[in-house]
Design a protein around this ligand. Structure first.
Ligand SMILES: [Zn+2]
Length: 295
């Protein structure tokens, strides 16, 4: 599943390769891709056609492109730009390439541009990802209003996060995966950040010290920044960068997927524990299990 660094890598690619171009046509090849857009595929395509793409933005794992469609939609000048919102789901990819290449099986939507250069394809093997059009949503699409800022956004407030977190009565990892509290942290980066901050994933949020929360935030930012620099993590072939290349960061993981391998800090074999329907990886020595954890 793409996590924040992967999505940021895609955002950066969209900003460099798609911003400033004018959409010639939109093809919806599978109606499921616009299932969260009630007006449907035809309206989706018509709303975007003729629009000029502005900046590419991200909140957590959502991406959106500002689309200045004042012309085709007949809106007066000064109307806030619209947004094309994308969520990559489990396996979604945005891929650029020559417009005349064949349409692969899992292409769900395709945008062509008036310059006749590279087209943009939304490829999704498992169809959990989706696209939608948000009129006037360029600043912050309505679909994202319930999602907390991610820790790399300027809008993220460390003090507010610490206060809200410590009011919860849950385990720290569960809290990190709660998109209403903090967005963009998935299973992999939660484990990596908790290892870096030397906190066990089941530590109760209500007993965390303020300094520990700040240490954790610093760890999350370090892990994200390193992953973005490496082009995102890829554990399978489902994720492909916006230019069609896979990103790899796997060799830099300290604990995730490293059961039995030595902790890079102390050499103790990495432990795997059940967490929800998945696993949590941690170092038994650096991240001692809390006596009264919240599992
Ligand atoms: Zn260790």
């Amino acid at each position: 599943m793409p996590e924040l660094p992967e999505v940021e890598t895609v955002r950066d690619g969209l900003q460099r390769h798609v911003s400033g171009r004018t959409i010639a046509a939109v093809q919806v090849l599978h109606p499921r891709v616009v299932r969260h857009y009630p007006p449907g595929p035809e309206d989706f395509a018509a709303s975007l056609r003729g629009g000029t793409v502005g900046d590419a933005s991200r909140r957590g794992k959502y991406l959106w492109l500002a689309v200045d469609s004042a012309g085709p939609r007949g809106q007066p000048a000064g109307t806030p730009a619209d947004a094309l919102v994308a969520h990559l789901g489990m396996s979604g990819q945005l891929v650029l390439g020559p417009p005349d290449r064949p349409l692969a099986t899992h292409v769900r939507a395709r945008l062509t541009f008036t310059d006749g250069e590279e087209d943009l394809r939304f490829v999704d093997q498992r169809t959990f990802g989706h696209l939608l059009f948000d009129p006037g949503g360029a600043t912050l699409p309505a679909a994202l209003a319930h999602i907390a800022p991610d820790p790399l956004e300027p809008a993220f407030d460390d003090e507010l996060f610490a206060a809200r977190l410590r009011k919860r009565r849950t385990g720290i990892k569960r809290a990190l995966l709660d998109q209403s509290l903090i967005s963009g942290v998935g299973n992999i980066y939660a484990d990596e950040s908790l290892w870096r901050a030397t906190l066990h994933w089941a530590r109760g949020t209500d007993v965390l010290r303020r300094a520990e929360v700040f240490r954790l935030l610093a760890a999350i930012r370090e892990v994200f920044t390193a992953a973005i620099g490496a082009g995102g993590t890829s554990f399978d072939n489902l994720y492909v960068r916006v230019n069609g290349e896979s990103g790899y960061f796997g060799t830099d993981l300290a604990v995730y997927g490293m059961q039995g391998k030595p902790c890079p800090r102390c050499g103790t074999p990495v432990r795997r524990e059940k967490f929800m329907n998945r696993s949590s990886f941690s170092c038994p020595k650096c991240q001692p299990r809390p006596r009264h954890g919240r599992w």
